[in-house]
Design a protein around this ligand. Sequence first.
Ligand SMILES: Nc1nc2c(ncn2[C@@H]2O[C@H](COP(=O)(O)OP(=O)(O)O)[C@@H](O)[C@H]2O)c(=O)[nH]1
Ligand SMILES: [Mg+2]
Length: 471
Amino acid sequence: MGALYGRTRQFAPANLSDTIAAVSTPLGGGISIVRVSGADALNMLHKIFRPARRVSGYKSHRLYYGHVVDSQGETADEVIVGVMLSPRSYTTEDTVEINCHGGAACTRAVLREVLAAGARLAQPGEFTKRAFLNGRIDLSQAESVIELINAGTDMARRAALRGVGGALKNAVTECRDEVLTILAHIEVSIDYPGELETMSLPEVAERLGAVCGKLDRVMRNAGQGALLRDGLSAVLLGRPNVGKSSLMNALLDEERAIVTDIPGTTRDILRERISLDGVPLQITDTAGIRDTDEAIEMAGVEKARTAAESADLALMVLDGSQPFCAGDMELIEGYRHKKMVVVVNKADLAGPEPEAGTSDLKGLRSAWPVVRVSALKGTGIELLREKIIELLGLGEVAANNEAVICSERNMDALARARAAFMRSQAVAENMPEDIVAIDLAEGLECLGEITGETLAEDLEEKIFAEFCVGK
Ligand SMILES: Nc1nc2c(ncn2[C@@H]2O[C@H](COP(=O)(O)OP(=O)(O)O)[C@@H](O)[C@H]2O)c(=O)[nH]1
Ligand SMILES: [Mg+2]
């Protein structure tokens, strides 16, 4: 069963010469788009479309109003058809986009006629795959299309758009060209030792150093892109009743977590997302951490501890209306290994700063950033946001307009390429040329995986299968 299931989910290698069709919009809107791409797209249009005005020949990038009809001449739907002639289309093939009425019945009726006219149903991502195979975009750009569709914030959208525009492709191609030049020189000096003027090994090392520097920058931009896509996480910790859930609400600016004055009400964990300078931050509210015999609460405390371990940042909440005690310090000490902000809450009850909590807080301040807030009144929350941004280094991400979103696979390929070039650079001073050349070739192979030049076909299939149908 398992094997069969696996096989049915695998798509046979698609025939590139087929004309393909799919619904490119989610069902249920006012308008659906049935997209058709391939050499036969216009012939199919002739068969099923009756334009309202006579058309002597379809022009590229024009819209045509009319009706889709079935083989009996009966109207399937009233539509507007967009025509994009090769090579000026998404796939570079002749493409027809039929804008029909949304809703399952109209959309299916139009798709049915397109298929009856000879089109094959497109596989997931097949339009984008054709754009890649026809050379309009490279693999990194194709993958950025997925990131663009999935972008959850404005900053992630912009970073994905940079990828679609070729930011990763261009950087990788520049490195590849430079290494190819170096490799060519090395190969000449292997084949014709001493005969032709070639790059000296110190020069090879220097130029490889520059390539590695460039890859460092690309990886840094990609790392920041990953932050924009995946975001970071913070966890609210502290004893019961100090105001963790209230603080969560204040950060969300909405009443979501349950607030009560009976200690120990937040028994499970609650997660919400906020945006800090465009970077998504997932905040986890936890049960207060305290010793308890009650089974359900104990499970909550355990979950809090687990959540704390996986979070990027701990927000340690203290009750500022109570004297700072040894228990507080013990709790804080327990998370010494984490990035942490100490949030002294209930500032509205605590009086002006010097008196409240006082000398003990001074000791704290030298080790951790301390922010006084009132979750109830909303004071100090902005300062807390700023502290979090500072501590997680998000300002740098927000200011970087070169951040680019790339897949884990590409991050890995970048790292492997860089490691290979570093190895070549290290041996260039005192090893024969052919040793240097081996690692260069390996690094080039890794870069080619990103642009799609040297990627195994099955992996390629897998990447495009992640797309939705119709893209
Ligand atoms: N005066 C005051 N009361 C607060 C503040 N934050 C929370 N509280 C109160 O403290 C109690 C416990 O709050 P809650 O958010 O449920 O604490 P948790 O157990 O840590 O999640 C509730 O009665 C809140 O109204 C604050 O900033 N000022
Ligand atoms: Mg709570």
